[in-house]
Design a protein around this ligand. Structure first.
Ligand SMILES: C[S@@+](CC[C@H](N)C(=O)[O-])C[C@H]1O[C@@H](n2cnc3c(N)ncnc32)[C@H](O)[C@@H]1O
Length: 390
């Protein structure tokens, strides 16, 4: 195979050697050419070779690490990595029908995220390179699926997740249904493939739902930034007495209501279409209390007028959580962005919670089908802290 020799900034070699898989735009990457697919960068200091996938069209990430050394047969290695990633997830498919079968860089498949939806799969491409080799990639994904799971994939669809405007799903193989019901830990969710970017379920939090050591039985739960309600339905399925879900979007609240109906949970649930802060103040004024609060804001949150980072929002939210929590109540607070490091998140949350009686119990991160790489903080985007009220 054809590897084009390129020079890299000494700092890029340092990062690659430590396992950070991206080469970021700088004066060296400006020399990369769009038609060159694979690059060979040799670190003169350590004499190490790196095979990189070129991605000149990406605004920031100009190349992604494929392997140390010189790749001889890319498509063969690709298939081996896909089979490895799929096989590792096989046990998870027993308890949920929507699983990340490949989680990009952490599976050494940079920018390539593959989600299973029952017997179908959706490929999320974050690097334009994969689109260029789509014709070769799809049969390899199909064969790898068959080898890993001993059954054929029934359909494959494609969704660009880079900054391109077209976020609609493109069916590439078999017959993708417009929507389907997905089972996750015994709970049913409606996922829709004809609604553009949003499919209706974020499986990256599923492992946290399962592993959280909270006894939901007879507990009152508040789910903030609820989206389609995964954190409302899971507690209800485990015996929660009542859940209140808050979301600014009536579209997602309708979707959540459909999910409640699918599971017969309507009587134990209240939907509030509202900005979170307003809803919290309103709940306090009505003397509502909860045993568990889940807070998963988007990285930039808006009340419809002002926009602020989700981290900053916690300064106001944490004291409100304290007021709403029953004694021994718990709150799980997330941020969902790679642009704030774990260290900064924890330091700021320490500062914001210092005026409250909330005590830190544990911290949470991606796991199971969503692994992370050491020295690649961008992949470790989901950060959670669990507090309890003494
Ligand atoms: C990251 S999603 C939450 C995902 C959800 N926790 C899950 O696991 O499925 C963020 C949600 O926050 C909602 N949202 C954004 N700004 C809001 C605000 N100020 N108040 C309430 N909801 C808001 C959006 O409509 C969206 O549904």
């Amino acid at each position: 195979m054809n590897l084009t020799p390129v020079q890299l900034h000494p700092a890029s070699f340092k990062h690659l050697s430590k396992g950070h898989p991206w080469v970021i735009k700088d004066q060296y990457t400006e020399k990369f050419r769009a038609k060159e697919r694979f690059l060979l960068a040799t670190d003169k200091k350590s004499q190490k070779d790196f095979t990189l996938i070129s991605d000149t069209a990406h605004p920031k990430i100009k190349a992604r690490l494929w392997c140390e050394g010189q790749e001889k047969n890319f498509l063969k290695t690709l298939k081996e990595r896909l089979i490895d990633a799929f096989t590792k997830r096989a046990p998870l498919l027993k308890e949920r029908e929507c699983v990340f079968l490949s989680f990009g860089e952490a599976d050494f498949l940079p920018g390539l995220f593959i989600l299973s939806f029952k017997e179908g799969i959706v490929i999320h491409s974050y690097a334009r390179y994969w689109k260029k080799i789509q014709k070769e990639l799809i049969p390899i994904v199909k064969d790898s699926y068959k080898e890993a799971f001993s059954r054929p994939v029934s359909w494959i669809a494609w969704q660009e997740r880079d900054d391109s405007k077209n976020t609609n799903l493109t069916p590439l193989l078999g017959k993708m249904p417009p929507s389907m019901e997905i089972n996750e830990f015994g709970v049913k969710y409606l996922v829709q493939f004809d609604q553009g970017y949003d499919l209706g379920l974020y499986p990256d939090m599923a492992a946290i739902r399962k592993n959280l050591p909270f006894q939901w039985n007879n507990k009152r739960v508040l789910n903030l930034y609820a989206y389609t309600g995964a954190w409302s339905l899971f507690p209800l399925s485990r015996g929660a007495s009542h859940v209140i879900s808050v979301d600014l979007s009536s579209k997602y609240m309708d979707w959540l209501e459909k999910n409640l109906a699918l599971n017969g949970f309507q009587n134990k649930h209240t939907s509030l279409i509202s900005d979170t802060e307003k809803a919290l103040k309103n709940l306090i004024s009505h003397n509502e209390t909860f045993d568990f609060i889940l807070c998963d804001p988007p990285s930039f949150s808006s009340d419809g007028k002002k926009t602020q980072t989700s981290l900053k929002a916690y300064q106001k939210l944490l004291p409100l959580f304290e007021e709403l929590l029953n004694p021994k109540g718990e709150v799980l607070s997330f941020i969902n962005t790679h642009s704030i490091t774990r260290k900064r998140f924890e330091e700021k949350m320490k500062e914001y919670s210092s005026g409250t009686h909330l005590k830190r119990k544990s911290t949470w991160a991606l796991k199971e089908d969503c692994p992370t790489l050491k020295n690649f903080p961008e992949g470790d985007y989901l950060k959670g802290i669990l507090y309890f009220k003494p």
